[in-house]
Design a protein around this ligand. Sequence first.
Ligand SMILES: O=P(O)(O)OC[C@H]1O[C@H](O)[C@H](O)[C@@H](O)[C@@H]1O
Length: 548
Amino acid sequence: MSLPKTDPTRTESWKLLKEHYAALKSEHLRTLFSEDPGRAAQFRIEWGEFLIDYSKNRITPKTMDLLQRLAVECGLEEAIKKYFEGDRINETEDRAVLHTALRAASGNSLYLDGGDIMLEVEAVQKQMETFSNAVIRGERKGYTGKAFTDVVNIGIGGSDLGPVMVTDALKYYQNHLNIHFVSNVDGDHVYEILRHLNPETTLFIVVSKSFTTQETLTNALTIKKWFLKKATEKDVALHFAAVSTNTEQISSFGISETNVFPMWDWVGGRFSLWSAVGLSICLGIGYANFSELLEGARGMDRHFQQTPFERNIPVVLGLLSIWYNNFFGAETEAVIPYSQYLQHLPAYLQQGVMESNGKRADRNGNAVTYQTGTIIWGAPGTNSQHAFFQLIHQGTKLIPADFIGFKKPLHGDMDHHHKLMANFFAQTEALMNGKTPEEVAAELRDQGLEEEAVANLLPFKVFEGNKPTNTLLIESLTPANLGALIAMYEHKIFVQGVIWNIFSYDQWGVELGKQLAKTILVELQRSSTGNHDSSTVQLMSAYQSPQA
Ligand SMILES: O=P(O)(O)OC[C@H]1O[C@H](O)[C@H](O)[C@@H](O)[C@@H]1O
């Protein structure tokens, strides 16, 4: 059974949304607020430790109603069922999409191809728990009998970004193990990290769903060679573990079978941090915290499955994003966490969102006639305020933004936290209200400026406002809340993919570059320039020519 294949632009609600957009596009948020005192209360969702305020969006109740009708017309409800039940919704790869099973409650069953996958999921979780406990407690030792102090995750893309983001986000909960990440095939990445490590006390985890990824295999081999300068081949079994679906390839690397953590083709790389791909997370924060991360995600899964669209966080956020992308013509979306711990969230979401929904063929194989795949970018507040906020406030582009903040700081310093959060609230208020020419003029006159100077400066000091934001105010940055936050974005991706009528779970667009790089690598190794366009030949020969 496949997902519905509805062209969203052919629905009745799309037509109505277009008309509604024409009527609403010039409306200022300031007016919408002043006309409706109940607006903030109407456009908010409270869920567990989350408060989502989406009232600072360019919407009216009618907008939300029409967007929800669009979701209904595109078969979202049926699609959600199929997603969670393990239908092969990743049709172009003929796979189910079941990262949600990785965080499902234990004791449940989920059958795929006749087998209960929950049994395998739980067996791997047990294996992760045992392994991480032994390493953390120092019971599992290196080849000279010393406990491990450092862990290196070797992986790229989904086998890196999730673990990097979560490990950093939950640093507050971290134990004594230092977790490092090697991803880039740039040798300077791996050598820089190795420089600070002692082979006797370092554990390496090679993470690759396919176990064919050039970057990861190259880095793993370089690290193994480095390790063997001090240790012997049989010590590899003590210091190397692997996570993959491709278990045969692993044994040829010398990794002992007991250190192999399986994963499955129904887990997409960019949704895999909940699987054994998250082993480095689990080592860093301990299994109990890792389980809480899963539990938080499970809560969001339930919310997404069971809540009517109008109060369903991922549905509402997904629809708002479609509103801006397809009606206002916004091309990008910013994610601004007011938490230094979440500094890697935008990069993590870039893969999640852009690899999933950056597609131009619809589910019928036709080229879409509308925009898909928002461009995601961002950086933590307050730093980003001092960097790119100028453009969001006064530039020419419409950039809807998610502001993510926490009520309680982890280190408990309320002086810092009030300052941080004052900025958090001020920015969304400023983006919404802007500053009118009248307000600017009055302010300049108050400063004692002459009328001519006021007139000259005025255009530069006006803020148009009307910039939409969502505010996510969360109790505190716990493993469970982080799990829920990540799952929220995963489901938002799903919602948008369903409505855009695209396949969100394949990534054919990454293949072409890889293929060409293989050819070029052979040419570089043979000091040739091969048969390419004149620009590529020119660049390759410049690269290969000896320095003058
Ligand atoms: O885990 P691996 O098989 O090594 O794959 C690593 C990454 O490489 C690919 O290029 C994909 O675009 C990513 O989705 C994937 O996460």
